[in-house]
Design a protein around this ligand. Structure first.
Ligand code: PAJ
Length: 279
């Protein structure tokens, strides 16, 4: 397994591999890896000759009052996990390498970037689309793997790839959960034991919506009310959004249908968690 820190070296290695006709699968991450990330790595391993994982805690996608500085960084453990999965290349640049002083170019997907997490975290998706564009230019993957856990991120990145003609395919992998339903997240390690139990309310609320929708309820307003009632049972958790939207545009839909995205975000203590289900 090769570890690249310098963009120039990574870029020439990937250019050579592409020239040899090898297919490249890229899994972008911010590290602090868990089974959710590893599921993407396994999908990439099964679909590509060369698997590359990027590990970069991207400052431009964090707001000024968010957790950039305390975001978990576990590089050595991450490398050991990735080695075991048969990953070929790790790209782990420093912040200065990715954003040298004076860098002032950003990629913005208008509209969809301002919805869901983009509404609560202003500028977040501008940071995501900028860094993912850079990773695509550096690695030049044939396929890039993302998790359904970040459904809004998927919508934004799919649109970016379409609008800017990136010559690659986005592959979306299902949400990996703990046995009790909590979606795996690097941020789960911020939770105390008590908060860990409270965090299950996200999954319970989505379960309630799924149950009502399966029983024939079509009204988004009614489904959101039902989810909100579940959140009331856990008063220490503050819902940020409960949304019933089109999975591509992230715009609210008045009635649910096949493929409608139900997404929630909530603060458990100071930790912001997200989860979703596709009906
Ligand atoms: P990060 O939060 O590290 O997530 C990396 C990838 O793992 C994302 O595509 C995310 O959706 C996926 N993932 C996280 N938890 C998952 C779970 N429980 N099940 C399935 N997939 C899961 O998302 C980012 O990093 C960044 O925004 C990034 C795309 C790397 C750009 O900086």
């Amino acid at each position: 397994m090769l570890i690249f820190k310098a963009i120039a070296e990574a870029q020439s290695a990937f250019t050579r591999l592409r020239g040899e006709g090898r297919t490249i699968g890229l899994v972008p991450t911010m590290g602090a890896l868990h089974e959710g990330h590893l599921s993407l790595v396994r999908a990439a391993r099964a679909a590509s000759d060369v698997v590359a994982v990027s590990i970069f805690v991207n400052p431009t996608q964090f707001g000024p009052n968010e957790d950039f500085s305390k975001y978990p960084r576990t590089f050595d453990e991450d490398c050991a996990l990735l080695e075991r999965e048969g990953v070929d290349m790790i790209f782990a640049p420093t912040v200065d390498e990715m954003y040298p002083p004076g860098a002032s170019t950003f990629v913005v997907v208008e509209g969809v970037s301002d919805r869901l997490d983009g509404a609560s975290r202003r500028g977040h998706f501008r940071g995501v689309t900028t860094v993912v564009s850079k990773l695509f230019h550096i690695v030049g993957p044939h396929k890039a793997f993302f998790g359904q856990k970040d459904a809004a991120q998927v919508a934004v990145l799919r649109k970016m790839v379409r609008d800017l003609n990136f010559p690659l395919q986005i592959v979306v992998c299902p949400i990996v959960r703990e046995a009790d339903g909590l979606a795996l997240s690097s941020r789960n390690r911020y939770l105390s034991a008590e908060e860990r139990a409270q965090a299950l309310v996200l999954h319970r609320a989505l379960g309630k919506v799924e149950e009502l929708a399966a029983g024939g309820e079509r009204s988004s307003t009614k489904l959101i009310e039902a989810a909100r009632a579940v959140f009331t049972s856990e008063p220490s958790v503050r819902a940020d959004y409960i949304a019933v939207v089109d999975p591509e545009t992230l715009e609210d839909v008045p009635e649910v249908g096949n493929g409608t995205l139900v997404a929630v975000a909530a603060f458990v203590g100071t930790t912001r968690l997200i989860d979703n289900v596709v009906l």
